[in-house]
Design a protein around this ligand. Structure first.
Ligand SMILES: [Zn+2]
Length: 315
């Protein structure tokens, strides 16, 4: 116990706040988490700002669309491979690991939603039946033929094929605007503005093809204009509807501004949950209105989550 005159142990909250959260987490039986780009920041996955982001000089909004993929699958694959390479070079951090441990501890009482497509939560061994990747994963590969069910989960090959290499590419991605909120890699992939190249980067014959139906394979991420998986939402909603109450919702490294994230925060409040926000920038909480009973922990999720979960994971 620290005396009132001693330095606070952590910069992100007072001991009292950490303790009150810890007690609530320990006794919580129904917990929902929503994670975004801030969770992966300490792993070196950049959080992009603004809608003017570039890839290799392309103003490339439609690179993350089915239209672009149909017009030029080689270019889109090359773009996706850079993101995949970046994700595979990165390592899960203490925040991903703390969430994975909490999932094993709380079992069916904890559901974690992530907006990240970097696959780091999966690689931290977060139980897959307790984790919903809302925007898909760059590690998963599926068939571009929507009537074919071929799906290759957590493919860690890099390069994926001899022709499909990704580059050390932080320099390939850049952002232009600074006034807009930080977005995830997914949103950044979604939000590029296009200057489409008609020249294929890799010929279609050299792209991976489906072993079942021979169509071109594609990354299993949700592209602009595509819907999020209804099956996934049905499962999340079934878990939420199974009990009247929700005890706690953690919003980690995201401002929860976009659908469906914003909806979950409101739903959690309606079900009586206390809200805990962990965010690098406590001044930018988007649409989240914190109340007296909620918590704001401002800083790096990789530093904060292990401290917040410590008591629950040890007992
Ligand atoms: Zn197929």
């Amino acid at each position: 116990m620290s005396s009132p005159s001693s330095e606070p142990q952590y910069s992100f909250a007072t001991e009292e706040e950490i303790n009150s959260f810890g007690k609530h987490l320990y006794k919580s039986k129904r917990i929902l988490a929503l994670c975004g780009a801030g969770l992966s920041a300490a792993s070196g996955i950049p959080t992009f700002r603004g809608s003017g982001a570039l890839w290799r000089g392309h103003k490339a909004a439609h690179l993350s669309s089915i239209e672009a993929f149909e017009a030029n699958p080689g270019l889109v694959w090359k773009y996706m491979m850079d993101g995949r390479h970046l994700a595979l070079q990165a390592k899960p951090n203490a925040g991903h690991e703390a969430l994975a441990k909490l999932a094993k501890k709380k079992k069916k009482g904890f559901v974690c939603l992530t907006q990240n497509i970097d696959g780091l939560s999966e690689r931290a061994k977060h139980p897959r039946d307790r984790l919903y990747s809302l925007h898909g994963s760059l590690l998963d590969i599926k068939c571009s033929n929507c009537s074919c069910d071929y799906y290759d989960k957590e493919n860690l090959k890099d390069p994926l094929t001899p022709d499909l290499t990704g580059d050390d590419n932080l320099a390939s991605f850049s952002s232009t605007a600074t006034s807009e909120p930080t977005t995830s890699l997914t949103s950044q992939l979604f939000s590029m503005t296009i200057q489409e190249s008609k020249k294929p980067v890799i010929p279609t014959s050299k792209l991976p093809h489906c072993p079942k139906c021979s169509s071109v394979l594609r990354p299993a991420v949700v592209w602009f204009g595509e819907s999020l998986s209804q099956t996934m939402f049905d499962e999340i909603n079934a878990w939420l509807d199974a009990e009247k109450r929700l005890d706690l919702m953690m919003v980690i490294g995201t401002m929860a501004e976009v659908y469906p994230a914003a909806r979950f925060v409101q739903l959690a409040k309606d079900k009586g949950a206390r809200i805990a926000v962990v965010n690098l920038d406590g001044g930018h909480l988007g649409g989240i209105q914190l109340r007296k009973q909620d918590w704001l922990f401002e800083g790096d999720a990789a530093e904060i989550l292990p401290v917040l979960f410590e008591g629950t994971l040890e007992n």
